[in-house]
Design a protein around this ligand. Structure first.
Ligand SMILES: [Mg+2]
Length: 250
């Protein structure tokens, strides 16, 4: 913290050296593309769905569980990201159709994934301004999970690369991952603040190792990222948008 004034010290977060930013749904939109493809996927294989799981007025989330279950089972093998999502869609299509799914449909699923990987980056509001303002005062790192190549490509396409000291792509954003990160950055955990949209991945494990967490909720939370318990912690704050972090850090 370089520009802290004594009058406002009580509302600022002090002694921070490094700010970690989550990327997907914190700096740029991501989840809506997955949800859009899920809709297309289920329309593609609708004829194979058992009647009980077909869309009804009373069950608008009818389509979520079989694919999410496959993804959950595959996370340990494939990790996160678009390529894992493609494989899980193909596996689910084969299972649900009892092997009757055609190669045209499989090709279409692969194309959905390629379109996602090539999708232009849509930054969240005010991201550039916030990074520009923070950059002279802090070292900033991008902390993300998912596919290495995809995340690197997204960072390059986002135009935000120069703001970051480095990009840390972890297999799982958990206590172990964040402990390694602060050690690698040569920090006391209390000198690290993480900013992100997922309580489970960006906030709770950071608080557990002694760091700070600023949560910016995204309108939708991926089903695998939901947490049941509200977070109450002296190192925790919930923000309405990314711009709100400036009054706490500058
Ligand atoms: Mg995120």
């Amino acid at each position: 913290m370089k520009n802290q004034t004594p009058a406002s010290a009580h509302i600022k977060i002090t002694n921070i050296e490094v700010i970690g930013f989550d990327a997907d749904d914190t700096l740029w939109h991501n989840l809506p593309y997955f949800l859009e493809v899920e809709q297309k996927f289920w329309a593609l294989i609708e004829e194979y769905l058992p009647a009980a799981t077909q869309k009804t007025e009373s069950s608008p989330r009818w389509h979520l569980s079989p694919l999410n279950a496959t993804e959950m089972q595959n996370i340990k093998r494939y990790g996160y990201g678009v390529k894992a999502f493609i494989l899980s869609m193909i596996e689910t299509a084969i299972r649900i159709s009892s092997g009757r799914i055609g190669t045209n449909a499989i090709s279409e699923i692969i194309d959905y994934g390629k379109d996602m990987l090539d999708h232009p980056i849509e930054l969240m509001d005010d991201v550039v301004e916030v990074l520009q303002t923070l950059a002279p005062h802090y070292r900033m790192v991008l902390v993300t999970k998912g596919d290495l190549l995809d995340q690197q490509n997204k960072l390059i396409r986002s135009g935000l690369e120069d703001y970051f000291h480095h990009i840390e792509i972890v297999t799982e954003k958990n206590i172990e991952g964040y402990s390694k990160l602060v050690k690698h950055l040569d920090l006391n955990p209390a000198q690290f603040v993480m900013i992100g949209n997922s309580l489970k991945s960006d906030i709770v494990p950071v608080l557990k190792i002694g760091g700070h967490g600023l949560h910016i909720p995204y309108p939708t939370t991926w089903i695998h990222e939901q947490v049941d318990e509200p977070v109450i912690h002296k190192h925790f704050k919930e923000l309405k948008n990314i711009k709100d972090c400036l009054s706490l850090l500058i």
